[in-house]
Design a protein around this ligand. Sequence first.
Ligand SMILES: C[S@@+](CC[C@H](N)C(=O)[O-])C[C@H]1O[C@@H](n2cnc3c(N)ncnc32)[C@H](O)[C@@H]1O
Length: 250
Amino acid sequence: MASLQLGVSSLAGPTFQIRCSSERQALFNRIAPVYDNLNDMLSLGQHRIWKRMAVSWSRAKEGDNVLDVCCGSGDLTFLLSERVGPNGKAFGFDFSKEQLLIASTRQKLRSKTCYKNIKWMEGNALDLPFPDSSFDAVTIGYGLRNVVDRHKAMAEICRVLKQGSTVSVLDFNKSINPLSTTIQELMIDNIVVPVASGYGLEDEYIYLKSSIKDFLTGNELEKLALDVGFSTAKHFEIGFGFMGNLVAIR
Ligand SMILES: C[S@@+](CC[C@H](N)C(=O)[O-])C[C@H]1O[C@@H](n2cnc3c(N)ncnc32)[C@H](O)[C@@H]1O
């Protein structure tokens, strides 16, 4: 098992440090069996709305070739597939075998024709195995916060997008408003972590709080997108400001 470190700081509460890529991969493999249930429970189903918004912002359309980076169990990939329809093609890409196994099981259990055109691929978001300018739209949901090198991940996404195409980046919002941040942290400490601990995953979800702290604000995300070569970038706060969605056009 990966060497995850649970640290305790008296003021900030417990912290769970996950530094390298293989530790993150192990974490997402471990939480795979309960990940979808926890998402529904912890967001009261709201994550489905935010994911629909993210896919809509991607501007994917009928017949497109699209990519969902860090697809996990495939929520955004399935939604993308519905938008591109049976004449399009959707790729779900992740480095967690266990998450991809759940995604492909879900695909087998569903009957919409468009889902037949989904392909699941295992690999690292920092080194996408696609030629330049391959995709008409890309999504990444709750993934950018979790990669070890966000600059590289965004540069890779920019590279594989066609000129004029869009990436939609959904994630927790790292707010610059101290009140929002305090409420977000209280919710994680008092709802998310206790619920996750019921599944034996307390440590894994303590990591969530530090990962948001280490993430980028809306302005920083816009700057990152422009730095790696996108021509426009706009960040939107959604879900009462607890979530955010960056929309960047190559
Ligand atoms: C929080 S989950 C999000 C899953 C899904 N997009 C969703 O919104 O439900 C983050 C996913 O990112 C994947 N991930 C993290 N770093 C990655 C990397 N470097 N390459 C590929 N996948 C990665 C994890 O395996 C995990 O499935």
